[in-house]
Design a protein around this ligand. Structure first.
Ligand SMILES: Cc1cc2nc3c(=O)[nH]c(=O)nc-3n(C[C@H](O)[C@H](O)[C@H](O)COP(=O)(O)O)c2cc1C
Length: 268
């Protein structure tokens, strides 16, 4: 079980539906000082699990990103970035790092900023130069942060599959066979989890739920393309908890071993 993290539930619940990956930023538009302080503060405060943290770096970050083939898909012109790390000895660190990082992404969204989780299309060694990483602290991913251009360019639309990356699997495909019998807070939490972002929109998670708990597991069996599916599941875990709080339900996470990830137990 973990200590109860401080989650600004209505603020982050609203941000879940507003967030979407954005890759092209307005050139030379910096983040205002008060928003930069807010990002620094949330990175310092939202550390629910020992070993997992986010670091805000308020420096232009265009050169940290690369395209998939040539320049295609490259993140352009972000005035700043956020790094997401985890100390490898800490247990269940992949999912804890995903959970922690998504809190920062949702706070950035609530502040009116745009982001895009990036685990593949960047240069980790260049990003690491801005970070004072500890021994055994792994850099999992970064996100650009700033103001996206108003309209998605053709290339940005291409990267989001002309809307198809917004597509999410149905609850039954995600293993939930008793949807009709579940209480409202469980259904609401599963809906929020279903809409979580994941690397290449692979949605590797599955869920099983009853009246008092929701279990997250790694559903997909194929390879992980070099990036932890448990990290994606950690992102979905935060969405579960935010939505549960929105429905007035508090709970605690019990971490589980592979292929299970964690179970959220309703408390009270
Ligand atoms: C852990 C993680 C890693 C990601 N890595 C990349 C990446 O390397 N490059 C990229 O362009 N998008 C990356 N994405 C963005 C996903 O493609 C995107 O979140 C997904 O398609 C869902 O779209 P949405 O965020 O707009 O809901 C990543 C997302 C996550 C959660």
């Amino acid at each position: 079980m973990n200590k109860q993290p401080e989650i600004p539930c209505s603020r982050w619940y609203d941000a879940i539906s507003k967030r979407g990956a954005r890759r092209h930023f307005i050139k030379n538009r910096p983040i205002e000082p008060e928003l930069a302080s807010a990002l620094e503060n949330i990175c310092a405060r939202f550390t629910p699990y020992e070993g997992a943290r986010a670091i805000f770096v308020n420096k232009p970050a265009d050169s940290l990103f690369k395209g998939i083939i040539g320049g295609i898909g490259k993140i352009k012109n972000p005035p700043a970035f956020i790094a997401f790390t985890g100390i490898q000895e800490a247990g269940s660190i992949d999912e804890k790092s995903g959970y922690t990082g998504e809190g920062i992404i949702l706070e950035a969204t609530a502040l009116g900023l745009n982001t895009c989780w990036v685990a593949g299309t960047y240069y980790p060694e260049k990003a690491a130069k801005y970070l004072d990483l500890k021994e055994n602290e792994k850099l999992y991913a970064i996100s650009p942060v700033g103001y996206a251009v108003n309209e998605k360019s053709f290339e940005e639309k291409l990267m989001s599959g002309f809307g198809t990356t917004k597509k999410r699997h149905s609850p039954s495909r995600l293993g939930v066979t008793n949807w009709e019998e579940l209480p409202e807070w469980v259904r609401g939490s599963l809906e929020a989890a279903r809409h979580a972002p994941s690397a290449i929109n692979r949605q590797p998670w599955g869920f099983s739920a009853d009246e008092t708990s929701i279990m997250v597991y790694v559903r997909t069996r194929g390879g992980d393309h070099g990036f932890s599916k448990r990290f994606d599941c950690g992102i979905a875990m935060l969405h579960v908890e935010i939505a549960a709080l929105h429905f007035g339900i508090k709970g605690e996470w019990e971490f589980l071993s592979d292929p299970q990830v964690a179970r959220f137990h309703r408390v009270g």
